[in-house]
Ligand binder design. Structure first.
Ligand code: EPU
Length: 434
């Protein structure tokens, strides 16, 4: 697979509020990926709308085709996946190495074909990202495991996956998703305890339930799934939910650089904690059922007031908004601590912010202290992952002078034609070959 070597060039506003107008949020990356993967559970086609046209969705579509499914996409975010032709059980190294989310296919493939082979999944470089929870619990469902030259093969019993009770030691988004899907095709009852409550997980469970799966407890931390065989294809279209991380990133961008910036097509109820934190810090925000407007700073505030954040499973502050929020803290008055509890190695990008002029100090792999406000200067940067990449764009926009952000592919993994949308609200950004 050939990747285009591209980068973004941003001409900074030199700490002026330069963004206004409205920006639309696309369908959710982490919402679309498990629903696409779930096509393996169906004996006929499923029809999706609002699917984001991003690199991770392209990689997932490639994997689905390799498994034998028919995938038809249209220009407007429509997608039809026909599971009736699912026949291969092998996830090839080339694609799965680029997509951590390929692990969500393990449950559906094992349930349907009784066997799955896969390399250790890739994706963002944010810590070690083990897959022990997957292996341990597929063994509980009766699977054996072999490893050969970095490729794992899980094999279910002759009668298929066996329903069992699983207690997750931590709330894992993709582990919850894969075991929900495993449970749908397993023999008997699967009980999942301490499941993740992220909206993307709930949406997957609701989608499968609407398609006929027997799932109880949706929206709580215990799910009970009665295996009932393949699901029938669905005539009705299903819309992917708006991306709460994209909306949250635009919200933070607006809090730093916006004057009357409206974020459309979003679900503010998925962002209650980030909104509360920003309001307390002095940002004037108005919400409707599906939009957020950042007016600027509240009366009496000359600067954003610094605060502490601690990443947490939903509905707490999301780890995927940690990097943009840290950029905002560089502009906050006073001292703020960032405590990253979910991933190790997800604060390394702060070295780059320091190079731009931020006053950050890393205490350990999980803690950074940010003192502000600081004058940032444009630099040549490399995007280390999807979220820190966007955070660099946000920092570059406020900085003085020009920045370049290399590894555009990593940003494209999660955000569709980001430069076009940001340009429309006033950012001086362009994409060039690097
Ligand atoms: N973990 C284990 N063992 C496992 C699986 C996970 O120790 O077998 C650990 C992880 O290392 C981490 C913690 O569990 O410390 C929780 O991570 P989780 O498993 O929930 O993360 P994930 O399912 O791999 C999803 C999103 C991430 C998002 C996290 C947390 C998808 C495809 N990915 O990852 O999204 O950060 O949940 O909300 O849904 C992104 O979009 O940029 C992104 C990284």
């Amino acid at each position: 697979m050939k990747i285009k070597e591209e980068m973004f060039i941003v001409e900074g506003s030199n700490h002026q509020r330069n963004l206004k107008g409205s920006i639309k949020v696309n369908g959710s990356k982490n919402g679309a990926l498990p629903i696409i993967a779930s096509a393996v559970l169906f004996s006929g086609p499923i029809k999706l709308t609002n699917v984001p046209k991003i690199e991770d969705v392209k990689r997932m579509s490639e994997l689905m085709k390799e498994l034998g499914l028919k995938v038809i996409k249209d220009k407007n975010g429509g997608m039809v996946l026909d599971g009736s032709t699912t026949k291969k059980h092998v996830l090839t190294r080339e694609v799965s190495k680029r997509l951590r989310a390929s692990v969500i296919l393990l449950g559906p493939i094992l349930g349907r074909l009784g066997k799955v082979s896969f390399p250790h999944p890739g994706g963002c470089v944010i810590g070690a990202r083990p897959i022990d929870i997957f292996i341990e619990n597929f063994k509980k469902m009766g699977c054996t495991i072999e490893e050969n030259d970095g490729v794992y093969t899980l094999t279910a019993k002759k009668e298929g996956l066996i329903g069992t009770e699983i207690t997750f030691r931590i709330q894992s988004v993709t582990a919850t998703e894969t075991f929900i899907m495993a449970g749908v095709l397993a023999k008997g009852k699967t009980i999942l305890k301490n499941v993740a409550l992220e909206p993307e997980v709930t949406e997957l469970a609701l989608f499968l339930k609407n398609a006929g799966a027997k799932i109880e407890g949706i929206g709580t931390t215990t799910l009970e799934i009665e295996g009932n065989g393949l699901l029938n294809g669905l005539e009705k279209e299903t819309a992917i939910i708006p991306d709460r991380i994209e909306a949250g990133s635009f919200l933070i961008l607006g809090a730093i650089s916006g004057k009357n910036l409206t974020i459309e097509n979003c679900e503010p109820k998925h962002l209650e904690v980030p909104i509360k934190i920003l309001e307390d810090a002095g940002v004037e925000i108005e919400t409707t059922e599906n939009s957020i407007t950042i007016k600027g700073l509240k009366k009496g505030f000359e600067n954003i007031k610094s605060f502490n954040i601690k990443t947490h499973e939903y509905p707490g502050f999301p780890t995927d908004l940690q990097a943009p929020m840290t950029v905002l803290l560089t502009q906050g008055e006073g001292e703020g601590t960032v405590f990253e509890t979910i991933f190790e190695g997800r604060l390394n990008y702060t070295d780059e912010l320091k190079r731009m002029g931020a006053d950050t100090k890393m205490y350990d792999a999980h803690h950074v202290i940010v003192k502000g406000p600081n004058h940032l200067k444009g630099k040549d940067l490399q995007s280390p992952d999807i979220r820190a990449g966007l955070a660099f764009i946000i920092a570059s926009n406020i900085a003085e002078g020009k920045s370049t952000i290399g590894n555009a592919y990593l940003i494209d993994r999660g955000y569709e034609t980001i430069e076009k949308r940001l340009k429309k609200i006033g950012m001086n950004i362009k994409r060039v070959k690097s």
